[in-house]
Design a protein around this ligand. Sequence first.
Ligand code: SAH
Length: 242
Amino acid sequence: MSFDVSIISLFPEAFPGLLDVSILGRARAEGIWSLDVTDLRTFGLGKHRQVDEAPAGGGAGLVLRPDVAAAAIDSLERNDRPLIYLSPRGKRFDQAMAREFAAGPGLICFCGRFEGLDERVIEKRDMIEVSLGDFVLAGGEAAAQAVIESTVRLLPGVAGNKASLEDESFSNGLLEYPQYTLPRVWENEGTPEVLLSGDHGKIAEWRLNRSKLLTEARRVDLWAAYLNGQDLRASETDDEHD
Ligand code: SAH
């Protein structure tokens, strides 16, 4: 069964874009996932296929009409897929959300433009607002590609090495440890001895330690959540002994 992704966008030429290179392109050719793009313009009104109007209440810019957006949405088979509206007001996308999406049947992504989308269609069609981060893009297309890329690479058979998915940043709530490769000495910098020792226990310990140091130094939010999780796990084991 394929993981089916549908896009609604005013700029269908932006797709597949990055979604066709490397492992994602290969996986799509193999039928692990599929992509179809609906041009919002084809649902526009009148001779000019108009999709937007001035905001009610005045102010700058244009807002995408709910009737036009809904016509595009309703033209697609939902098939229990979450309907995502890429939006800076949304829940911040993260690895946990990517995992959740990857466990489902696929995604429908609505890419906004201009000032965004009429609120009523967001509510009436149960759109899930998802944000890439605290910055404003010109449109949802780049955000949709980021969400789809990180979701699809988690599907079985897409990334060659399962272990690399388990080891990477955020998988255990920590940032990834520093990586090294050849040459052993580069611009007078050596490679940490422990990594050359062949002692896998020591290497794992060193990596976890470096992950912790890095997370604590760079991301107080992740670090606090990690410590909190450790406390919870510790108290659960305590309970078992009570
Ligand atoms: N006026 C809106 C921003 C509109 S930007 C506001 O202030 O909230 C135009 C479109 O770009 C949005 O409809 C959305 O689809 C997309 N977009 C912009 N920033 C984004 C972000 N951080 N994450 C996801 N989508 C974003």
